[in-house]
Design a protein around this ligand. Structure first.
Ligand SMILES: Cc1cc2nc3c(=O)[nH]c(=O)nc-3n(C[C@H](O)[C@H](O)[C@H](O)COP(=O)(O)O)c2cc1C
Ligand code: SF4
Length: 372
């Protein structure tokens, strides 16, 4: 391990910091000095044990946004004291409180809420301290992250859910393939799952959290097959993409005029508009294309026959009857051919660092302090 980060917000440390939760008298309650005493006691002990070269940071709220709680002025003061303590190497600031669902949602904004709502606030902390500052809160794409760094608001951009949806973001930036980044749609299925004691799965990436059985990178199949998919909802589209990327010949049947299923309907609501990226948008087009080839028709005069008994038996095999029912069911369905570009990943690729992923000169990363 190279370092650690202490989570102060919503946990033990900032229960001492906040006047809303600290009702103590004496050395650990009352003045800001006293309320911070516990955290600095802990930090001093950590630093004593890990030595000067080990990275230690604190993740904390710089403004509880609660009446009677820590205000922005307190947050700025605490940030300066953390820096001046010479005990920490970086600040990781959030804004808000997480003691209620509504509060948690402001700290971790969901779909339909504004992007990067606390970025300017984090920038104020960095400007006031000139100290390595991290921040995360719905910074969903590389353009916003680049702005955060280029404008000097942050030294490191936290993109938790974005990396859960696409763990290859950094690699794709380096390879100049930003269009091919699978976007987080802010559905918070991941958080709902862990809040119920499950694994953090992603609504927009079935492989996330299932890496041991389902790889993020699709490898080519040993033999090319024809794959028929019935239903171009999100699951059908994803199955089609994966099959196409594996090199199979893929056709998709769908009753509706457009692919996308219920997601297309959901995305019509303003609050759920981000869901459209699951079925549409740059990433999906970069990975696979659905080419409409017409509508399926029944062939007149064709009798249902079992493919195992081609001797003209009049009584069709059960499988043939089922096949006939499927054909009738698909009558009039739209038919798409799903194709993928040549596999874009190669594990042997050695990415070259490009200026696009370096910190711009206008935003120098403040150096770590020497404690020797
Ligand atoms: C599945 C999941 C688990 C998380 N667990 C923690 C945690 O243990 N501690 C923490 O400080 N934040 C945790 N977070 C919050 C993230 O660190 C981050 O602040 C939040 O997701 C907002 O950033 P984002 O919009 O880039 O996802 C978690 C987020 C997710 C999605
Ligand atoms: S479930 Fe996936 S897409 Fe939705 S917020 Fe979580 S990481 Fe993003």
């Amino acid at each position: 391990m190279d370092g650690i980060e202490l989570q102060a917000y919503g946990h033990l440390m900032d229960q001492f910091w906040s006047p809303l939760t600290n009702e103590l008298d004496g050395p650990y309650g009352g003045s800001l000095d006293n309320r911070l005493r516990f955290s600095f006691d802990v930090l001093k002990e950590i630093r004593k044990r890990v030595g000067p070269g080990f990275i230690v940071g604190v993740r904390y709220t710089g403004d509880e946004m609660l009446e009677g709680g820590l205000a922005k002025e307190d947050g700025l003061e605490i940030s300066k004291r953390l820096k001046d303590s010479d005990l920490v190497d970086f600040l990781n600031v959030v804004r808000g409180h997480i003691d209620t669902d509504a509060g948690l949602t402001d700290v971790i904004p969901i779909q339909g809420m504004a992007n990067s709502p606390h970025l300017d606030f984090a920038g104020e902390i960095r400007a006031a301290t000139n100290f390595p500052t991290f921040h995360a809160a719905k910074i969903p794409d590389v353009a916003t992250a680049r702005h955060a760094i280029a404008s000097g608001k942050l030294d490191m951009v936290g993109m938790t859910r974005a990396h859960m949806t696409d763990p290859h973001i950094v690699r794709k930036i380096i390879e100049k393939r930003e269009d091919d980044i699978r976007p987080c749609v802010g559905a918070n299925y991941c958080l709902d799952r862990i809040n119920q004691g499950g694994a953090a799965y992603s609504i927009h990436n079935a492989a996330t959290g299932r890496e041991s059985t389902m790889p993020h990178e699709i490898s080519g199949a040993d033999a090319r097959k024809k794959i028929v998919i019935i239903g171009a909802g999100p699951a059908g589209m994803e199955a089609a993409r994966v099959a196409a990327e594996r090199g199979h010949e893929v056709v998709v049947f769908e009753a509706a005029n457009d692919p996308g299923g219920q997601v297309r309907l959901t995305a019509q609501s303003h609050r759920r508009a981000e869901m459209i990226s699951i079925i549409d948008g740059a990433w999906r087009s970069a990975r696979s294309t659905l080419q409409h080839v017409g509508r399926s028709r029944d062939r007149p005069g064709r009798k249902a026959r079992c493919r195992h008994h081609r001797d003209g038996r009049s009584a069709p095999h059960r499988g043939a009857v089922r096949g006939q029912r499927v054909r009738r069911f698909l009558l009039g369905h739209h038919l798409w051919r799903c194709e993928a570009p040549a596999p874009m990943f190669s594990s042997s690729m050695t990415p070259a660092i490009t200026p696009a992923c370096r910190l711009p000169k206008s935003s120098p990363m403040p150096g770590r302090r020497s404690r020797s």
